[in-house]
Design a protein around this ligand. Structure first.
Ligand SMILES: Cc1ncc(COP(=O)(O)O)c(C=O)c1O
Length: 412
């Protein structure tokens, strides 16, 4: 007989992106080139800005290695308050909690918001969407999220959200994520205004607005924060991971309505005590110095070049794929249905996006994540914060591998 463990926890799916990373790492260590579009990470291609490295090193030298207050080092909290103003957000110091990474911030915000025994306890997630939104409600309430499908351009339909909120009195929170992982979609201000209008009719429903990619938008479609439109209901999540290429430093934050933030601070204090102090000091100094967002915009420009390169070469490599130009974050999410139902040169049937990802891995050494893992089968996700040579080489290999597939039925 074994020790019993949580049934809810047993339903958790492993993080798909971390699984794909393990496959790519294993291939790399076995030798040979890997065209890795798997994990959503900029480092080492676009490393942490030097000014943050210096500030963290100085904090160590000054022995700033003790606990900070649970909600965060006051210096960083103040710097975040100032920085949020640059995004038209007006949160006070008491409304901010620093957590060990954005994922942890989302988890603790959900912990503060979702009560499994309350009438309102379900979380709405827009599909396709990021893995944590699928797993966290399962862990906290034993129930999966309610999926609301987005349209062909991966944008939510405010009318469908309004209908869902009207019909389902069990909804406690709605998650929004713009710029979006896995699609690269950006919700423009008019759309967010419509969503805010719908949500304002349900003041007891929280909005968890994951804005970890807020500085990574292209084509002059600036980021609008839901927190600026619906501050009484919105919990904005941000952090260092994607904004400054600090995934391994583990620093995220939540800004939201004060009463819940007090609870969240208490959760943070009990679960993690605080985030490591040198990193907090480093990010505080960076935010003060990058008041005009110059460094963050440089990072964005580097990613924009990679996006343009990827789209140009993908169009040649996969002429039958359907796609929309991603306008934010660093993901590309083409519809690959045209390649499903084909046979490989040795007669294997490529039926699903999983089959296609496996085929590309084995034949082209191209790592891409199956769209099913983000609740949209038939698609692949390419994370493109990689060297331009990887993009060009990877797309050339992808093209050769796709050209070897033979169709069993004509394309419709
Ligand atoms: C939309 C979104 N939110 C949160 C996270 C979590 O970031 P981290 O794993 O650094 O905590 C990610 C990571 O890919 C993400 O894409």
């Amino acid at each position: 007989m074994s020790v019993p463990h949580s049934q809810w926890a047993q339903k958790l799916k492993p993080s798909p992106t971390l699984q794909i990373k393990a496959v790519a790492d294993a291939m790399r260590s076995a030798g040979g080139e890997v065209f890795d579009f798997g994990i959503g990470e900029m480092n080492p291609e676009i490393p942490l800005p030097a000014s943050i490295k210096e500030a963290i090193t100085e904090a160590f030298k000054e022995d700033a290695t003790h606990y900070s207050p649970a909600g965060g080092d006051p210096e960083l909290v103040e710097a975040i308050v100032e920085d949020l103003r640059r995004f038209q957000l007006d949160y006070s110091r008491e409304q901010i909690v620093i957590c060990p990474g954005p994922k942890d911030a989302i988890f603790k915000a959900a912990l503060a918001l979702l009560n499994p025994s309350a009438k309102r306890h379900r979380l709405v997630m827009l599909a396709p969407g990021y893995e944590s939104f699928e797993n966290i409600p399962m862990l906290l309430t034993g129930k999966p999220p309610i999926l609301l499908e987005t349209d062909a351009q991966f944008l939510p339909d405010p009318t469908r959200l309004a209908d869902l909120l009207k019909q389902d009195p069990t909804i406690a929170a709605v998650v929004l994520n713009s710029p979006n992982n896995p699609t690269g979609a950006v919700y423009e201000r008019p759309l967010l205004e419509q969503l805010a209008e719908v949500l304002a009719h349900h003041p007891d429903v929280a909005v968890l607005s994951d804005e970890v990619y807020r500085t990574l938008y292209y084509d002059n479609v600036p980021h609008t924060s839901m927190g600026s439109l619906l501050p009484e209901q919105t919990f904005v999540v941000g952090g260092m991971s994607k904004e400054v290429s600090g995934t391994g430093l583990r620093l995220g934050f939540v800004a939201g309505p004060q009463e819940v933030m007090k609870t969240l601070e208490n959760i943070q204090g009990n679960a993690s005590s605080c985030v490591n102090l040198p990193t907090q000091k480093g990010y505080a100094r960076f935010l003060r110095e990058d008041a005009n967002l110059q460094v963050r915009h440089q990072i964005r420009e580097g990613l924009c070049r990679r996006r343009d390169c990827l789209l140009e070469h993908f169009a040649e490599a996969a002429p039958d794929a359907l796609w929309h130009t991603p306008r934010g974050a660093f993901y590309f999410f083409p519809d690959m249905h045209a390649y499903l139902g084909c046979r490989t040169a040795d007669g294997q049937l490529v039926e699903t996006d999983h089959d296609l990802a496996r085929y590309l891995l084995q034949t082209a050494r191209v790592v891409a994540t199956p769209g099913s893992l983000f609740q949209r089968p038939g698609h692949l996700r390419f994370a493109y914060a990689v060297p331009l040579e990887t993009i060009k080489g990877g797309m050339a290999h992808l093209g050769t591998a796709l050209a070897k597939l033979t169709r069993t039925q004509p394309l419709q």
